[in-house]
Design a protein around this ligand. Structure first.
Ligand SMILES: [Zn+2]
Length: 118
């Protein structure tokens, strides 16, 4: 079995800052109503919020596209770890597949970090 270099480093040096790891493959996909961003072994699940009335166009955090209300969606990330509940909020395209085509891995990585770091 091939050992992933990222997992090996984390096994040897738990708590290594994700920025110091060699880049992995960033995955960004829908899972039912939720959106998942993953760069193994890190994974965040974003829960959609009820569609809010957006007073003005929003910018998708993943792909940078300005979005009208019908195409934007607020998502919430429960930040990992114990202690008080902390949520971070992200505006993303409603259409995850199209967004993924435009989103750069380093931007997705930044959103992923929001969910794993306090
Ligand atoms: Zn987008």
């Amino acid at each position: 079995m091939a050992v992933d270099e990222r997992e090996l480093i984390l096994e040897l040096f738990p708590g290594t800052d994700p920025d110091l790891l060699p880049p992995g493959e960033v995955l960004y996909y829908r899972e039912g109503a939720q959106v998942v961003i993953e760069e193994p072994p890190f994974r965040v699940v974003l829960d959609p919020l009820p569609r809010p009335p957006l007073p003005r166009p929003a910018i998708c955090e993943a792909c940078g596209r300005p979005l009208g209300g019908a195409f934007a969606r607020f998502f919430r990330i429960r930040v990992g770890g114990d202690g008080p509940e902390v949520y971070r909020y992200v505006v993303l395209c409603e259409n995850t597949e199209a967004c993924r085509e435009r989103a750069r891995p380093e931007v997705l990585r930044r959103i992923l970090r929001k969910g794993i770091l306090r």
